[in-house]
Ligand binder design. Sequence first.
Ligand SMILES: [Mg+2]
Ligand SMILES: [Zn+2]
Length: 271
Amino acid sequence: MATGIVVVFDFDHTIIDCDSDDWIFDHFGVTKLFNELLLTMSWNSCVDWMMKEIQTQGRTIQEIAECLKRVPLHTHIITAIKSAHALGCDLRIVSDANVFFIETILKHYGLLEYFSEINTNPSFIDEQGRLRILPFTSFPHGCTVSCPTNMCKGKIIERIRASSFGEGKKQLVYIGDGKGDFCPSLKLREGDYVMPRKNYPVWELICSNSLLIKAEIHEWRDGDELEHKLLRLLNTFIITDEAQNSMTMNPLPPICSTHQLLPQALPVPPY
Ligand SMILES: [Mg+2]
Ligand SMILES: [Zn+2]
């Protein structure tokens, strides 16, 4: 079993094969307005502003949920998640999407129960019955790597390491695609693994700063390759871990055990 491993997934363009915010705004035909707002506001504030806007125009939370259920999620990602869980890994999400989007999509695909923790921007229903999005942290997080003002994924990874390693976890696997996934990649240590999506921003940042990365790097292009590479990594870990355990529990026998190796003397009949 791989019970010593915590696998941390980003959500947009990692678990799902698109950006959930873009997906919603494209569907409701407000992408142009969203892009204009992004010129002067942070992504997280824009998403909240746009959610207010589309619901003020008469769209309901139910319509938003139905739209989220059509988000593309590769079948190999589903099997990767289920297999990693079956091998005993602790699966978590660290994402700059939001609780409502992530839970709606994961529930729809029957995957929510496989994750022990979802770290993302909170959502709530305001006094006018509209779905709203809050920042993950509303105070300055002080990180200057490449993190948006509302979330430093590196700090979340440090918290996950501190709490889960106290419970006997030994290694982290981090899977992501975006600029915001670079900071947590820098926090990984020797013995950990980082899995950047090839040709996406975090892969480019990792390739051009590879000396700063202590974790072993395993790139992937699509759901098929992610499943294949993740399961290969986990199986390697299991084999190594079992070999170490059997060495501890059953130390090698002494090189020479005269008692068993030498021929036994025949019993001499009494005179
Ligand atoms: Mg992403
Ligand atoms: Zn950061």
